[in-house]
Design a protein around this ligand. Structure first.
Ligand SMILES: Nc1nc2c(c(=O)[nH]1)N[C@H]1C(S)=C(S)[C@@H](COP(=O)(O)O)O[C@H]1N2
Ligand SMILES: [Mo]
Length: 371
C-alpha cells in the first residue's frame, strides 16, 4: 500500500499561517536574546579577557542574570517546538529547492533549528546534571550559542518582509476556517511556556520555591543549602593539622584555624548562585578578604588565586579579581547559618564573594596567592 505524500497546500489550519509563526518568532527573539546575553555575561565572568570588568555589587546581580539565563532557555523550549509546528507543512513544499537564495534560506533554517535545539537540550541536561556526552559542556555550549544567534540574525533579516506583512494590522482579522484557530494555538503555546517557567523557576525565585514542582536543587542540603559536589565526591576528609597558606611577594604566612578565628569576623548575607540556575541565600561569617590581605601585609585590590585541597576536579582553583578582594563582603568563610561550615560546604574554610557564579566560590581552601 502506498501512503499519499502530504503537500504543503493540504495544511489549512490557521495555526499554520505566517502571523502565528511571526508572533511566536517575536517571543522567541526575546527569550533567545535574553538567554544569549546572560550566557555571554556568565562566560565572560568565568573566562575574563583583559578588557572585561564585572563589579562586585549589587551582590545578587549574577543570581538574577543566571536565573534569567536558565528561565529564558526553558521558556524557549515550548516556543521553539510551537514555531516548528507552525511551519512544518513547508517541509512538504515542492520543488524542494527553487533557487539559490531559496536553497540558502533552507540551509540557514537547518543550521538555526539544529543549533537552537542543541543549546536547549544540552542546557537542560546540564541543569539536570546529566552529562550523556564526551565533550566539555561549557565550551561547546558557548561555541554553538554563536552559531545559533548568528543564524537567528540572518533568518530575521531574510524574513523581515514576511514578518512585517504578517504582523501588520491587515492580517489581524482571524479568517474563518476549519482546524485549530490562531488564537487557540497561541494561547496554548503561552500556557505551555508559562507552565514550564513556573514549574522550574523556584530553583532561583524564592517565592516560587513552594510551587515549582519540577525544580531541581530545592531540597535542602546540609545547613539549609544545596550541595553541588559533596566532600565524599571530591575525596575530601576532615583534615588533621590544617594550615592556610597565604602567599604574597613578601613571603608565605601560615595560619591555623584558631588563628583565623581570632581575626576580626564579618557577617554577610550572600547567595550561592550556581551556573545551573539554582540559587539560595545564606548567612556567612568569616574574615573579609581586604582584612586578611592587610593582616599579611598585602594590599586589598590585588587579584588572588584561591586553591583548594581537592586534587582533581574542574573547580579546585579560582581567581578573585581585585574588584572582589577590595570588597569587604568577600569572605573567607568559616561559618554558615550560625554553625561551623559542614565538610560538604568547604570546612575548614571557603570563599564566598558577592555577585559571582557558584563555580568560583571555592570550597576546602588551602592556599591564597596574591598575584
Ligand atoms: N573545591 C571546590 N569548590 C567548589 C566546587 C567544587 O567542585 N570544588 N563546586 C562549586 C559549585 S559548582 C557550586 S554551585 C558551589 C556550591 O556550593 P555549596 O556546595 O556550598 O552549595 O560550590 C563551588 N565550589
Ligand atoms: Mo555550580
Amino acid at each position: 500500500m502506498k501512503l499519499p505524500v502530504p503537500k504543503e497546500e493540504h495544511f489549512k489550519a490557521p495555526a499554520h499561517d505566517e502571523r502565528v509563526t511571526s508572533k511566536i518568532g517575536l517571543a522567541l527573539a526575546v527569550t533567545f536574546t535574553t538567554c544569549f546575553v546572560t550566557g555571554l555575561i556568565s562566560h565572560l565572568i568565568q573566562h575574563p579577557p583583559e578588557w572585561f570588568f564585572w563589579p562586585s555589587r549589587p551582590a545578587g546581580l549574577y543570581r538574577v542574570t543566571q536565573g534569567l539565563h536558565v528561565i529564558s532557555g526553558i521558556a524557549s523550549i515550548p516556543l521553539l517546538l510551537a514555531k516548528l509546528w507552525s511551519v512544518y507543512p513547508k517541509l512538504f513544499g515542492r520543488p524542494l529547492v527553487r533557487s539559490l537564495p531559496h536553497a540558502l534560506e533552507r540551509l540557514s533554517i537547518l543550521v538555526l533549528s539544529g543549533s537552537a535545539f542543541f543549546e536547549l537540550t544540552t542546557g537542560l541536561l546540564n541543569v539536570a546534571q546529566n552529562y550523556p556526552w564526551g565533550f566539555y559542556f561549557p565550551q561547546v555550549h558557548y561555541a554553538v550559542a554563536w552559531l545559533a544567534i548568528g543564524s537567528i540574525l540572518v533568518h530575521v533579516a531574510v524574513k523581515l518582509p514576511v514578518i512585517r506583512r504578517a504582523l501588520s494590522r491587515a492580517g489581524a482579522e482571524e479568517p474563518p476556517a476549519a482546524g485549530l484557530s490562531r488564537r487557540g494555538f497561541l494561547r496554548t503555546t503561552g500556557l505551555a511556556t508559562g507552565a514550564a517557567v513556573v514549574a522550574t523557576a523556584g530553583a532561583t525565585v524564592p517565592f516560587l520555591r513552594g510551587i515549582s514542582g519540577l525544580s531541581w536543587k530545592t531540597a535542602n542540603g546540609t545547613q539549609g543549602l544545596p550541595v553541588n559536589r559533596t566532600a565524599a565526591a571530591a575525596g575530601i576528609t576532615r583534615p588533621a593539622d590544617w594550615r592556610l597558606s597565604v602567599v604574597t611577594p613578601r613571603g608565605t604566612t601560615k595560619l591555623s584555624l584558631d588563628e583565623l578565628r581570632a581575626l576580626p569576623q564579618t557577617t554577610a548575607e550572600l547567595p550561592i548562585a550556581c551556573v545551573e540556575g539554582w540559587s539560595q541565600s545564606a548567612t556567612w561569617r568569616g574574615i573579609s578578604l581586604p582584612a586578611l590581605l592587610k593582616h599579611v601585609g598585602a594590599a586589598p585590590g590585588t587579584a588572588v588565586r584561591v586553591s583548594s585541597s581537592e586534587r582533581s576536579g574542574l573547580y579546585n582553583v579560582s581567581v578573585l579579581p581585585g574588584e572582589h578582594t577590595a570588597d569587604e563582603l568577600t569572605l573567607l568563610a568559616l561559618e554558615l547559618n550560625g554553625e561551623e561550615l559542614d565538610l560538604d560546604h568547604g570546612f575548614p574554610c571557603r570563599i564566598i564573594a558577592p555577585n559571582r557564579p557558584g563555580v568560583l566560590q571555592t570550597k576546602w581552601v588551602t592556599k591564597l596567592e596574591a598575584l
